[in-house]
Design a protein around this ligand. Structure first.
Ligand SMILES: [Zn+2]
Length: 384
């Protein structure tokens, strides 16, 4: 059975390859450098640690969040299941945003022509967290147009208010008129398999990359839904470290004679698994948001995974940790540098897990809702 419940965040339409500018809706002042659309990163709204984080978006790119985000927020007690379901949320969440959908996010360095609104510059700790709504105004006409976020634990970003800006083609010397969009016309999977490196899971400090927990947490929600409540077996190694232990903690244990479903990676430039897994983890294209699709005769359920994480899991395990020829010279105790080794077990992001699972219609099934409720009640219990 195909697992079709994948949130629609694909980038659609002719304009996806064009370089554009966003300008103030009221006075036409340019508010961004020329930018090209990419898919909204899966970690966009997820906190990490208590450090200052880098920008969410690469320079020269923008993404659109299809869901409302930011104030005003309404608590679940005011919303109720029917109203939430109409918005594509099928399990209780603490609160839902009733802000405007379609916010546009850019790197702070791509913002132009804005000034801070001093009375809206609150934050929790070392920066701005956007709690008061837009905190940037158009420098020419004073209209509140965007929200700068740069507090610790949050990805640095400028979120343009969709109703306060207009999108224009970039007609500059390197703009749309002279831009060769042919190389970017649709999902080109060699973009993610070209260097086969992907997103390294472990930072030089020994901490897990902040990009991995939300990516794995979101994919884990799809995996648990695709399990149909049965234990799931994944390949040894990093797949077990990041998915296997979490699946063991969330799903019922394997018993003699019980059905076990199998999950494996599948995708571009990857030899297909000889054992026909029940579930395949496939990449979601970072630019178009498209989910890679296995051949039509495959009956496996499809679980989307952030492309950088997928690429690393798919290709880095091919590397041998041993020297190719001979051993180390006499007197040398280790190779240098050693591959980074994490100093804690991996913990998937429970916020990403819950946010994703709440948006899968399957969560209305009692067995899956029980798992959702268990994690929602204790979001830092094992495996999170
Ligand atoms: Zn203006």
């Amino acid at each position: 059975m195909k697992h079709k419940e994948i949130p629609a965040v694909e980038v659609k339409g002719e304009a996806e390859d064009a370089r554009v500018l966003f300008v103030c809706e009221r006075c036409g002042t340019a508010l961004t450098a020329p930018v090209t659309r990419v898919a909204l990163p899966v970690h966009a709204h997820h906190h990490y640690g208590h450090d200052l984080l880098p920008p969410l978006m690469a320079p020269g790119t923008y993404a659109v969040d299809p869901e409302p985000y930011g104030p005003p927020w309404r608590p679940w007690s005011e919303i109720g299941p029917a109203e939430a379901a109409a918005r594509g949320v099928y399990a209780p969440v603490p609160a839902l945003s009733y802000g405007e959908p379609g916010a546009i996010v850019i790197a702070p360095g791509d913002a132009r022509g804005t000034v801070l609104i001093p009375e809206r510059c609150d934050g929790y700790c070392q920066g701005l967290d956007g709690r008061d709504g837009p905190n940037l105004a158009c420098e020419r006409c004073g209209r509140a147009v965007a929200t700068r976020i740069d507090d610790c634990s949050l990805w640095q970003a400028v979120w343009l208010a969709p109703g306060a800006v207009r999108r224009l083609p970039d007609d500059g010397p390197n703009g749309s008129s002279g831009y060769d969009g042919s190389a970017r016309s649709s999902a080109d999977w060699t973009e993610i398999t070209g260097d086969r490196l992907g997103t390294p899971p472990v930072e030089p400090s020994g901490a897990w990359s902040p990009l991995w927990p939300p990516a794995v947490g979101a994919a884990l929600a799809h995996l648990v839904a695709a399990s149909q409540g049965a234990p799931v077996a994944v390949p040894d190694g990093l797949m077990t470290d990041v998915f296997g232990h979490a699946l063991d903690a969330l799903l019922p244990p394997e018993r003699p004679g019980s059905q076990v479903r199998t999950a494996a990676l599948a995708g571009p430039n990857l030899a297909s698994s000889p054992s026909s897994p029940d579930i395949v983890l496939v990449p979601r294209h970072p630019r178009t948001g498209q989910v890679w699709q296995p051949p039509r005769n495959t009956r496996a359920a499809v679980v989307p995974l952030a492309a950088g994480v997928w690429t690393h899991l798919s290709f880095q395990s091919e590397r041998s940790p041993l020297p190719v020829t001979g051993g180390l010279p006499d007197g040398v105790l280790r190779d240098d540098p050693l591959p980074p080794h994490p100093w804690t077990p991996f913990r998937p992001g429970s916020a990403a897990f819950l946010a994703t699972l709440a948006r899968l219609p399957a969560v209305r099934r009692p067995w899956l809702r029980e798992i959702y409720d268990r994690v929602a009640d204790r979001p830092y219990d094992r495996p999170f």
